[in-house]
Ligand binder design. Sequence first.
Ligand code: NAD
Ligand code: MG
Length: 383
Amino acid sequence: MKNIAILGATGSIGLNTLDVISRHPDQFSVFAASAYSNWKGLLQICNDHLPSFAVLGDEASAEKLRRVAPSGVEVLFGKDSLDEIAAHPKTDFVMAAIVGGAGMSSTFCAAKAGKRIMLANKESLILGGDLLMNLAENSGAKIIPVDSEHSAIFQCLEGGRDGLSKIQLTASGGPFLKTSFEKLATATPEQACKHPNWKMGKKISVDSATMMNKGLEVIEASFLFGLNASQIEVIVHPQSIVHSFVYFDDGSVLSQLGLPDMRSAISYALSYPGRKSSGVRQLDLTKEPSLEFKHPDMKKYKCLELAYEALEQGKSAPGTLNAANEVAVEAFLKNKAGFLDIPKIVEKTLREVTCRNLDTLGGVVENDQLSRQVARSFIGSDD
Ligand code: NAD
Ligand code: MG
């Protein structure tokens, strides 16, 4: 029996994880679950799974949950509690499914404590990739990617990486694949969050529409698989059936296919090195539309270009890119910035914030805060 801590349990990845876990009650147990302010969602999870710990973002929400939580569930709140749960001696696996930079600290704690990290929170790697990979190596923590493309590559590399020449991350192109660049100026949050293939949280949905998500994934892949920018390509594949490609020197190309359902990658991360049923329907390619592949339009998807630039620059640039993007996406979701302002805010922030070495977690946090502050100053500015 493995004890699982699900950080971000009420979100899209969190709920899919609970779904997979429920199918194997003799193998996995929900040891802890967290949410930010959604205490009612967390109450439901407590009733269904009886975790030992439930963690909320603030004291007021925790108090509301405490009054109605089933006995045996200890209700905690705050960032420090997330860190403690991630490193708790009884935690075996941590599902890192908090959205954004807020997920970094607990991921680092899990890495320090040598846990299996099922990594959905790509932002942890974008912010402090080298530090996180080093921590994991020193403690023996195993990072298993949950992002579908990275899970695909991880699975393709299980047979070894001898002769690997490059990888190609597939991208759906998001809801605006067929929308003209001019029309993007008036795109609304509702339109941007309507992803054609995947049902996800709002932030990653907007990132998919701008293709910043793919940009962040290029950086994520670089840290996870030790590749440089020139070895990581992006290819648009609107059907989201092929989850990425690995190219080898002998002309072979390996890939992993499946229906666009995150439970496959989650189940793999839980079951590795084995496999367990996930509830995902079998793929029947004779019943799917033809699979298409094309190069991304870098002018339309400026965020993707900026992400490559940040990766090539290295040091603190990916962290700055991520911070500026989080600020810009939040402003867009609140109708305080237009869709095309997102790349503008990110670009201006990257130019403004000095790129520097990040040797400590403190340095990562400082750069994140500074970059957010600079990005905020560009909201509403027209130049
Ligand atoms: P979501 O918005 O649906 O859920 C986010 C979860 O994090 C919720 O439980 C929420 O309560 C919690 N949370 C939000 N802000 C928090 C904060 N400040 N402190 C603590 N907890 C907080 O997001 P999601 O779509 O499940 O994505 C989660 C992560 O997984 C993201 O990093 C995303 O990039 C990644 N990811 C998601 C998908 C997907 O299909 N949804 C695919 C690949 C990767
Ligand atoms: Mg992905």
